[in-house]
Design a protein around this ligand. Structure first.
Ligand code: PLP
Length: 392
């Protein structure tokens, strides 16, 4: 049946969203609402049983002994640093090419941010750059598993061990990822997860969790997340208030059993882009994301590189054709206005700066269809065909 208000042109120009959280959540709607109703009826909005159950489930999923809920991924990073007593006089080494929260947590505690460059192939922190940045004041190394692929954890942990520094993993984009079989968040002293709605396991609001194999550290994390209070109204340290609430935990528990299936969809979508982009002959114009085959990449993002100053024009062309894309991240943190006083001039971390100019993230969410991916690639093909014709 055709509807008279539909025009034929519309079917070839359906928008492709960068992300459609609703599409992935829709089949779970009834279960999610039932989980919410159950928390509502229980009245245990905080510290409910769903929170401790989710902590157990996430710890198991991350191959760690303990997990501690908190209010966000940003708070997880802050709490990890607080529990390690990172403060004035300490240095923390982290990549510049990451989301702001990785660095702001260090800044807020009065410690010195030491930005280092990335490996241009993986976009992850470069272990050689970490080694070169270590000083006697290095208190922690903070690798980020960017876009869903683990940083080189054996090398980073070895450097940290040799220099007696902590390792805090920013696992916000990498739940379920592993490096040669060992899970993200189980390599270092602590892993920091986010349940922000766009992450691979996204809640319906904010949420975060810390993973660790260290029982004593888990207790300290809990202490810092609850005003340093133990028992009630007796404060041992100056903590913060950061909780994962029962409603978020209940909904995340509905979603967690589906995470591996969604990850498989993301992996299939990534493989399909690789194939489509190759078949369209576009790999002369752009670089496909690299993937270490011995490790599990969970594809929070599918990130291509587009050189020759074409990236922004390509993005505008895609937007005009209603194809969503995004730039993660347009300005590396060492060049942000708020960190100017740290004194990293333009050119100081060249690979982070080049990545910021060249990177483009395409739709990769689990519910994305093959037809939508074909449309994304077709639209890209038109751009490069026109560009080649005009250059000839
Ligand atoms: C999302 C994200 C965070 C912060 O998580 P929130 O839950 O949004 O606070 C931290 N680091 C990285 C790399 C992220 O992608």
């Amino acid at each position: 049946m055709t509807n008279s208000s539909e025009t034929p042109a519309k079917s070839t120009a359906q928008p492709v969203p960068l992300l459609d959280v609703g599409r992935d959540n829709e089949p779970l709607r009834d279960e999610m609402l039932a989980a919410l109703a159950s928390v509502y009826d229980s009245g245990r909005f905080l510290h409910g049983p769903d929170v401790s159950e989710l902590e157990r489930e996430i710890a198991a999923y991350s191959q760690t002994d303990h997990a501690v809920g908190c209010a966000s991924g940003s708070d997880a990073l802050l709490l990890a640093l607080m529990a390690m007593e990172v403060g004035a006089g300490d240095e923390v080494i982290l990549p510049s090419f990451t989301f702001f929260a990785t660095a702001s947590a260090v800044w807020r505690l009065g410690a010195k941010i030491v930005f280092v460059d990335i490996d241009p192939v993986s976009f992850n922190i470069d272990p050689a750059a970490v080694e070169a940045a270590v000083t006697a004041r290095t208190k922690a190394i903070l690798p980020v598993h960017l876009f869903g692929q683990c940083a080189e954890m054996p090398a980073i942990c070895e450097i940290a061990k040799r220099h007696n520094a902590f390792v805090i993993e920013d696992t916000a984009q990498a739940i379920g990822a592993d490096y040669q079989g060992r899970a993200a968040g189980s390599w270092g002293d602590v892993g920091c997860l986010s349940f922000y709605p766009t992450k691979n396991l996204g809640g319906c609001g904010d949420g975060g969790m810390l993973t660790t194999n260290n029982a004593e550290l888990a207790q300290r994390l809990r202490l810092y997340a609850s005003h340093g209070m133990q028992p009630r109204y007796y404060h041992h340290v100056v903590g913060i208030n950061s909780r994962l609430d029962s409603m978020q935990a209940a909904m995340l528990r509905v979603k967690l059993p589906h995470l591996d299936r969604w990850t498989t969809s993301r992996q299939q979508n990534a493989a399909r882009y690789d194939q489509l982009l190759q078949d369209a002959g576009l790999t002369d114009h752009l670089t496909l994301p690299a993937h270490d085959r011995g490790s599990r990449h969970v594809w929070n993002q599918y990130s291509i590189r587009v050189g020759n100053g074409d990236r922004d024009r390509l993005r505008a062309w895609l937007a005009e054709g209603q194809v969503g894309s995004e730039i993660y991240y347009p300005v590396p943190l060492h060049r942000q206005a708020c960190f100017e006083s740290l004194g990293y001039p333009a050119g100081s971390l060249p690979e982070s700066e080049r990545a910021a100019q060249e990177i483009l993230n395409l739709p990769i969410f689990p519910g994305l269809t093959a037809a939508e991916q074909e449309r994304v690639v077709a639209r890209m093909g038109e751009f490069f065909a026109a560009r080649t014709a005009s250059a000839a």
